[in-house]
Design a protein around this ligand. Structure first.
Ligand code: B16
Ligand code: MG
Length: 219
C-alpha cells in the first residue's frame, strides 16, 4: 500500500453530523409536496449536490417543477437546513475527529476539505476549524458531483500530494466511489453494509486508533 502523505476530509456526516439536517430539510420539502422518502433512499443523497438531490427527490415523488419553482424549492430547503446550524460551534465536531486532526498536525501531514456542500466554509468557521485546513475545496469549486473524483483531485493538487498518496474520509457511497476512482485510500465512516466499497470502514472516528493512522503515514 502507498504511503499516505495527505488526507482529505468530507464534511457533512464526517466532521459534523449535518447529514441528519440535510435529511430533515429534504424530507420537509418532499412532505410539503405531498410525498415521502425513506432513510435508505436518503443514502443516495449523501455527498450529492443540491441540484442533483432535488432532481432525485422529485423523481421519487413522480413530481415535476418549473425552473422557477425548482430554484425556489432549493432556496427554501437551504434556508431550512441553515436554521438547524444557527447554534453550531466547536462542540459539534464529531467525537474522535479532533484526535485525528491533532495527530495529522503533529506528524505534519497536510489535510484538505473535499465537500460537495456550498455551506462548507461557514460550517468550518462556526466550528473553529477553518484555519487548520491546508486547503478547502467545496461545492463552489467543482463542476462535477461525486462520484466524479474532481473534488478530491483538486484537493490533492492544492495540498501538493499525488493522488495515490492521499487518504479520504467519507460517509457517502458516492464519495467512497469518488475516492476509489481517484486511486486514493478510502475510509468509510458509517455502516459496513452501506460503505462496502471502501478500503476500510469505521462506525465513527472514535473507533479509529492512532496506531492505524501511524502505520499508513509511516510505511
Ligand atoms: P449544500 P459532503 C454534501 O456534503 C452532503 O452530503 C449532501 O447531502 C448535500 O446535498 C451536498 O453536500 C450539498 O450541500 O446544499 O450544503 O450545498 O458530504 O460532500 O460534505
Ligand atoms: Mg458526507
Amino acid at each position: 500500500m502507498n504511503k499516505i502523505k495527505g488526507v482529505i476530509f468530507d464534511l457533512d456526516g464526517v466532521i459534523v453530523d449535518t447529514a441528519k439536517f440535510h435529511f430533515l430539510a429534504w424530507k420537509k420539502l418532499a412532505n410539503d409536496l405531498g410525498f415521502d422518502f425513506t432513510e435508505l433512499q436518503n443514502e443516495e443523497l449523501k455527498g450529492v449536490s443540491r441540484v442533483r438531490s432535488l432532481e432525485k427527490i422529485l423523481e421519487w415523488g413522480n413530481t415535476s417543477l418549473s425552473k422557477d419553482e425548482f430554484a425556489q424549492k432549493m432556496a427554501v430547503k437551504n434556508d431550512n437546513y441553515l436554521s438547524y446550524l444557527t447554534n453550531m460551534n466547536s462542540a459539534d465536531i464529531l467525537p474522535g475527529v479532533s484526535k485525528v486532526i491533532n495527530f495529522l498536525m503533529e506528524e505534519k501531514v497536510p489535510f484538505a476539505l473535499g465537500s460537495a456542500s456550498k455551506n462548507a466554509r461557514p460550517i468550518l468557521e462556526k466550528t473553529d476549524l477553518i484555519n487548520k485546513f491546508h486547503a478547502i475545496v467545496d461545492g463552489n469549486d467543482v463542476s462535477k458531483a461525486k462520484p466524479d473524483p474532481e473534488v478530491f483531485i483538486i484537493a490533492a493538487e492544492k495540498i501538493g500530494v499525488a493522488q495515490e498518496n492521499c487518504l479520504v474520509f467519507e460517509d457517502s457511497v458516492a464519495g467512497v466511489q469518488a475516492a476509489n476512482i481517484a486511486g486514493m485510500i478510502s475510509v468509510g465512516i458509517g455502516e459496513k453494509e452501506v460503505l462496502h466499497e471502501a478500503d476500510y470502514v469505521f462506525s465513527s472516528f472514535e473507533e479509529i486508533e492512532i496506531d492505524f493512522l501511524k502505520k499508513l503515514v509511516t510505511t
